[in-house]
Write a new protein. Structure first.
Lengths: 534, 430
């Protein structure tokens, strides 16, 4: 029984807004809310939602025979929760069928595996727990960002208890070997290694709509024909690709949906292949051999190496600046700082700095918000410079965290969402919360949207101080969750997560807010000095 | 292939812009076996003569001849025509210049960046008369030589090109190095504009130095897109020994603007960006090198922003001073509002100085290892400057790739494209 292992990667980074050097030390919000919202909504509409519907339909049609696996990065989940919570719903529906395996990765789709093992492990555990909470299955399979893999990364992953890891079937690693077998890690043979069949995968993700391609148009029949033509002893064909292939990289008009819709029926009628998830393969098959990967590989470009993220001086400097903060971060408790620490690690930021596309072209440009790698670098370095200051500050005086300053920042989407925010404030307030406190919170947030940053700062500080005082009197820190939501985006998140009724995410959101509340209580008394600064 | 080419300056009388380009182009063409008869206007002290004479490049006393290859000498004929033509002047300016300078005495401003090369002469106080006279001269030149195609550089020579075309029936190619919109913004001189448009309309093919200029030619002059071709300028490779020891007497990093201080070079954006950078990092010095009609306004603005101790004006620089300025610079900025090509960033890059250039420049189309911003985006400009000064990765990248990128822009390749245009115009297939 031969198998097709269909795995899709779902990821969106938090793209940075234009962050100038004169924002350093003054403005601590780095994300382009507008763009992120716009992109995630567009991709949800063109890909995630219709593709999920199609997958569900296929599962319903073929019972247990059709199987598919996903990994969804934490940053994508955060954005779904904020902007299109229905995507999470639809993934949960898929999870409920039992035909879908959810795979673990680093929470922030980061490159931590390349330089910071501790941070890597932290992110993997974070993500695994989150997936388990969301989808009710503990991930047994792991895929690293960009399918980056080496013997030692595999060993670390094995030690975390995973059964299987996915990576690229890179030619220079395989040599004469075929990717269509199960392999195991060179250092710890317990860990299975599944290798991407890049020819067949890229036929779909890159070449599908390419009219100059000799195989165009590609139909399910033709594709199954290729599968049949492969060596009958081979056990599995791993088709790994971005989920965005369906509907975004390849538009609906190219027939990509039709292709995937007809793939299972064609496969069942015209071949002896079946579908399998990585975990099933683990249960069913034995590895053929160990695979030797002393130097890290990835699924990018012709070289299948790390040069798309670590290939030039810009990337090297940015990465070293970022990870030079690890030591300080490990002592840091501020949840906002930790969130930014994560978001700033997404591999995409470094990909945007790649100068490879000067010659290579198209692929690197996809979704790239910058017109040049130099712009990407400067913007990132500005943001990370500010972040470094915040980390230092928070360690120097644990009382005055970044959150206070952040409260002062001009909020982009402020005007639009302020109404929502006030609502949230009401909702999240505990029933027992005293009325005047709610009021304090409301008045505090309301003028923000209208007034200039400076006045805002002043107003804010005094009000915040008052609010805190009120809280202190009552000594119910939880009630001050009201004060905490400084960012409309976050407010929206709270609202939406509530609406979406995801017990898991809600719990998380609440936990976060409680922590922040406590932080806030600590910080507020310092606000006197802060307003002077402002 | 033999070309009759109308220009207005040739080494050693080069101003950096057009003369250098023509020189590079003819050399490049020679490499591809194209013969060039090059006609330039030049006025002599003794103007009562016939009006033009023919000089073979090998007999004139030009210091560049020693460096020329035999091949080049064989291919290029060089001609001078007595004329008062002055590049980059509009008629009013010409008149002012004529009364101030020429009527008084002979002057010859020689600079790399002010792009004004002034010929001295005694008659033809009216620029349009000069243009017509040049055209007349062109007629006799055109009549006396054999060639396959006529190539005219910029508006002052268009009339000559048209005349030559009429008398010979050979195809005309006009080469647009700048348009009236680049020189005057929106306040175009109608007469100049008309001459430009007539030239482009009469031409069989139009060559522009950038897509930026090509767009202007198509949109503002109404020239059909299919006859307009972009051939980016190139640069002569130089084997300058690494710049001689230039001692920098200040410890701060230096950010340089070098060019005419006029509207189209965007000096005001440079001043405002400097202010933004200095607010955050006072340990930087800004230099504005050059002169022009906006200079006093810039000085006042710098004073107003209270950054006089960090912002310096050098006045006009030439020759070795320019090299020294580059050698001292840590960042070179060209915030031009409208720049058909813009060769100066390439010179900076050759001395390993990172550059920030405006997207409204032709050179931005050929450079990848440069920071590009919209000229009006002061924030972005300031950010780019700050980035180069503070983030080492940029300096490393530019040092590694900048010079080689510039050195790869060869006239040979540009000339090949020009040759294609010739073939296209003459109906040859090659």
């Amino acid at each position: 029984m031969r198998s097709v292992c269909l795995y899709f990667q779902v990821h969106q980074p938090f793209r940075l807004r234009t962050y100038r050097f004169f924002n350093i030390g003054q403005d601590h919000y780095y994300y382009d809310d507008y763009q992120n919202r716009h992109i995630i909504r567009r991709v949800a509409e063109k890909c995630y939602l219709p593709a999920n519907r199609m997958m569900l339909q296929l599962i319903n049609e073929f019972g247990k025979a059709f199987k598919v696996s996903y990994s969804i990065s934490g940053t994508a989940l955060d954005q779904f929760a904020q902007y299109v919570p229905e995507v999470i719903d639809s993934f949960r529906q898929l999870a409920a069928t039992g035909c879908v395996e959810f795979i673990s990765e680093t929470e922030y789709h980061s490159l931590a595996s390349l330089g910071n093992e501790q941070e890597f492990i932290r992110q993997v555990e974070l993500h695994s727990q989150r997936i388990e909470k969301l989808f009710g299955q503990k991930p047994q399979t792991f895929r690293n960002s960009e399918l980056i893999y080496s013997d030692t990364i595999g060993e670390t992953v094995a030690n975390l208890g995973f059964h299987t890891i996915l990576t690229e079937g890179a030619k220079h690693v395989l040599g004469w070997k075929s990717p269509n077998y199960i392999y195991c890690n060179n250092l710890n043979p317990k860990l299975r290694v599944l290798l991407r069949n890049f020819n067949l995968s890229d036929d779909l993700s890159f070449r599908f709509s390419e009219q100059r391609w000799s195989e165009w148009p590609l139909t399910a029949e033709k594709f199954v024909g290729w599968l049949n033509a492969s060596d009958p002893h081979e056990e599995v064909v791993n088709l790994f690709m971005d989920y965005e292939t369906i509907g975004e990289h390849q538009w609906k008009e190219t027939g990509i949906f039709d292709f995937f819709y007809h793939l299972p029926s064609t496969l069942f009628t015209k071949s002896n292949f079946t579908f399998a998830t990585p975990e099933e393969l683990y249960q069913r098959l034995q590895p053929m051999a160990a695979i030797n990967v002393p130097y890290a590989i990835s699924w990018a470009d012709e070289e299948r190496d790390l040069t798309a993220w670590k290939g030039n001086e810009l990337q090297t400097e940015a990465l070293s600046k970022l990870y030079s903060l690890s030591g300080s971060i490990s002592k840091c408790k501020d949840p906002v700082i930790l969130r930014d620490w994560g978001y700033l690690q997404s591999s995409n930021h470094f990909y945007y700095m790649s100068t490879k596309w000067f010659s290579a072209g198209e692929v690197h440009k996809h979704f790239n918000p910058y017109s040049s790698p130099y712009d990407a670098f400067i913007n990132y370095m500005n943001a990370i410079s500010d972040f470094a200051i915040r980390v230092e500050d928070s360690l120097a005086s644990p009382d005055s965290g970044s959150e206070r300053k952040e409260a002062v920042k001009p909020v982009k989407a402020g005007k639009k969402t302020s109404a929502v925010k006030i609502k949230t404030v009401k909702k999240t307030a505990k029933p027992g919360a005293p009325a005047e406190k709610k009021k304090a919170a409301k008045t505090e947030t309301a003028p923000k949207a209208v007034k200039s940053a400076k006045t805002k700062a002043a107003v804010k500080e005094t009000k915040a101080a008052k609010a805190v005082q009120a809280v202190k009197e009552k000594k119910t820190p939880r009630a001050k969750a009201t004060v905490k939501e400084t960012k409309p985006a976050k407010a929206a998140l709270a609202v939406k997560e509530k609406k979406a009724v995801k017990p898991a995410t809600e719990v998380k959101a609440k936990k976060l807010s409680t922590v922040k509340t406590v932080e806030k209580a600590k910080k507020a008394p310092k606000s006197g000095s802060a307003s002077k600064k402002a | 292939m033999k070309v009759l080419m109308f220009g207005w300056e040739f080494p050693p009388h080069i101003t950096g812009g057009l003369g250098t380009a023509c020189f590079g182009l003819t050399k490049g063409l020679a490499k591809h076996g194209v013969e060039v008869i090059f006609v330039v206007p030049k006025s002599f002290g003794d103007e009562s003569q016939e009006g033009f004479r023919l000089i073979n490049a090998s007999d004139i006393e030009l210091d560049f001849t020693q460096t020329l290859t035999r091949e080049f000498r064989e291919k290029i004929s060089y001609m001078e025509v007595g004329s008062n033509l002055v590049p980059y002047l509009d008629p009013e300016e010409f008149e002012r210049w004529y009364t101030e300078e020429v009527a008084g005495k002979k002057t010859e401003t020689h600079s790399v960046f002010n792009r004004k090369y002034q010929f001295s002469g005694k008659y033809g106080a009216n620029l349009m008369e000069e243009v017509s006279r040049y055209a007349l001269v062109a007629l006799s030149v055109a009549n006396n030589f054999q060639y396959d195609v006529i190539h005219a550089h910029d508006w002052l020579t268009y009339a000559a090109g048209i005349a030559a075309k009429q008398i010979s029936g050979k195809p005309l190619v006009v080469h647009v190095h700048a348009t009236e919109f680049d020189r005057s913004g929106e306040n175009v001189n109608q007469v100049v504009y008309d001459i430009e448009r007539n030239g482009m309309e009469a031409a069989d093919r139009v060559i522009t130095v950038s897509n930026f200029t090509r767009q202007i030619v198509i949109e503002r002059y109404g020239i059909p897109a299919e006859k307009v071709f972009t051939v980016h300028n190139a640069v002569e490779p130089v084997d300058k020994p690494e710049t001689e020891d230039v001692t920098k007497h200040v410890k701060e990093k230096i950010v340089t603007f070098l060019g005419r201080v006029t509207y189209q070079k965007g000096p005001d954006y440079f001043v405002e960006a400097a202010h933004k950078v200095l607010q955050r990092d006072p340990n930087v010095r800004f230099v504005m090198a050059g002169s022009g009609d906006l200079l006093n306004r810039m000085i006042r603005r710098v004073a107003q922003l209270k950054m006089g101790t960090r912002f310096h004006f050098t006045g006009f620089l030439a020759g070795a001073e320019v090299d020294r300025m580059f050698a001292m610079s840590d960042v070179y900025v060209m915030p031009s509002v409208s720049e058909p090509f813009g060769i100066s960033p390439l010179e900076a890059m050759r001395t390993n100085v990172p550059v920030v250039i405006s997207k409204q420049s032709g050179v931005a189309e050929v450079l990848q290892h440069a920071l590009k911003v919209d000229f009006w985006d002061i924030d972005a400009l300031a950010d780019a400057i700050y980035g180069i000064l503070h983030y080492d990765g940029l300096r490393k990248m530019f040092a590694k790739y900048g010079k080689s990128e510039v050195d790869s822009l060869l006239w040979e390749n540009a000339a090949l494209k020009v040759l294609e245009v010739y073939n296209n115009a003459t109906g040859h297939s090659n």
